[in-house]
Design a protein around this ligand. Structure first.
Ligand code: ATP
Ligand code: MG
Length: 394
């Protein structure tokens, strides 16, 4: 017996004007995600149909659960619109069920000879006769058997599963995610992807003060994010010279503030090179000295580019919950030093002011250093775990 996955679109259905574009993007994303599997996808304005071979159902479902833009889905039996076949299938699909149930018919094909309510009643009677473990409850049933009668085919299903929701990745332009090895930034990347934003990741490293293991950690995190999109470019910024200059020349209390202003300046340049429209990061209000509102505004002052902070208003515990759900937590807590943690001063300034930043920044030729640094950025294309043999240097 043939089964298909029926996919209901998520929030995208509310965007009337863009609907076609959203659906096409989702369609392409699902197709890419399921590439290599024996499937066939078709679509109409209200949903998508995936035909699959039974032995691949687990893989198909696992992958569908990683695609944004899917509100919910059902695994439905598909059969010709033929009265006897539908009856037989209804009995079969309810054979193993216990408890209460009801039948709901959606008669899209008005040529079908029996009206919806009457048909539900008839099928309900048949199911009851064939399964003594069931009773009818039309208000709050344990199981609802839905029968959708279309022109050529009829779909029968009982269970509904929720997808990730959000918008299909690619319906928005690109954002540049500042990805450290910590807990917050991968979660921010996930949340940005959920809004349909494509991302490039940018990692600042300060070898030899930071290790190659720290870089590998960021690569692993990027792989996890790839599960929710296609490939992701990871730009690795050699930040050592700039950091050393800062720590040689600047007031220690201001080192972190200045360092982050340098990061933002570099982010802006990388965004322009890579067609990114916004910076995305894992800053969360009040979490550390550089994330007070005063710090954020002084750091943000170096760029006009919008900075999206998806976890700005979440508690750490809420961020951790998401990181566990998306499977980045275990990687994030591995103990390798990040460039931000290597040079943390004893008393970082909590309420920095701009003029003090400018005074410190006059102590070295940061523009030249930034230019050199940006020219030495290394870019890696990251693929999901199973395709890692394709990870390649550009
Ligand atoms: P996370 O847990 O994501 O590292 P955090 O709590 O450690 O965040 P910070 O180290 O202050 O916070 O950094 C705030 C944000 O700045 C990070 O979430 C990340 O977006 C960005 N960031 C920090 N260090 C780096 C880095 N080495 N490379 C890229 N981005 C970074
Ligand atoms: Mg960090």
């Amino acid at each position: 017996m043939e089964r298909v996955v029926l996919i209901k679109y998520g929030e995208l259905t509310t965007k009337k004007g863009n609907r076609k574009f959203f659906i096409n993007t989702l369609y392409q994303n699902i197709q890419k995600k399921l590439a290599g599997l024996n499937i066939k996808i078709s679509r109409d304005i209200s949903r998508m149909y995936i035909e699959f071979s039974e032995q691949e159902i687990d893989t198909v479902l696992k992958k569908i659960n990683q695609v944004f833009g899917i509100h919910s889905y059902q695994i439905a039996y598909k059969i010709e619109t033929d009265l006897d076949k539908i009856k037989e299938l209804a009995i079969f699909s309810m054979k193993e069920k216990t408890g209460t149930f009801k039948v709901e018919t959606k008669r899209v094909n008005k040529k079908f000879p029996i009206q919806s309510t009457e048909f539900s009643r008839q099928i309900g009677g048949l199911v009851l006769k064939n399964n003594s473990n069931l009773t009818v409850d039309v208000h709050n049933p344990d199981t609802t058997l839905t029968i959708e009668i279309l022109d050529r085919y009829t779909y029968l299903y009982t269970d509904k599963y929720f997808g990730l929701g959000g918008y299909p990745v690619g319906v928005q332009s690109k954002g540049m995610l500042m990805l450290s090895g910590g807990i917050d930034s991968p979660v921010s990347g996930y949340l940005a992807l959920k809004r349909g934003v494509k991302i490039d990741c940018v990692y600042f490293e300060a070898i030899p003060h930071t290790s190659i293991e720290a870089r590998n950690k960021v690569i692993e995190l990027t792989k996890k994010l790839c599960q929710y999109t296609d490939t992701i470019k990871l730009h690795i910024v050699p930040f050592t010279k700039i950091q050393e200059e800062i720590y040689k020349k600047c007031n220690p209390e201001y080192c972190i503030t200045i360092m982050r202003r340098m990061m933002y300046r570099i982010m802006e340049k990388l965004a322009k090179r890579n067609k990114g429209l916004v910076i995305i990061n894992g800053e969360s209000i009040g979490q550390v000295a550089s994330q007070t509102l005063t710090s954020m505004s002084v750091i943000n002052a170096v760029t006009n580019m919008p900075v999206i902070r998806p976890v700005a208003c979440l508690d750490k515990l809420e961020i951790i919950d998401i990181s566990k759900k998306i499977d980045t937590y275990a990687i994030s807590i591995l103990p390798y030093e990040d460039c931000c943690t290597v040079f943390v001063p004893k008393h970082p300034v909590i309420n920095p002011n701009i003029s003090e930043c400018l005074k410190n920044e006059e102590q070295f030729d940061y523009e030249k250093l930034i230019e050199e640094t940006v020219n030495e950025v290394q870019t890696i294309v990251i693929h999901e775990e199973e395709k890692k043999e394709f990870a390649s240097l550009l």
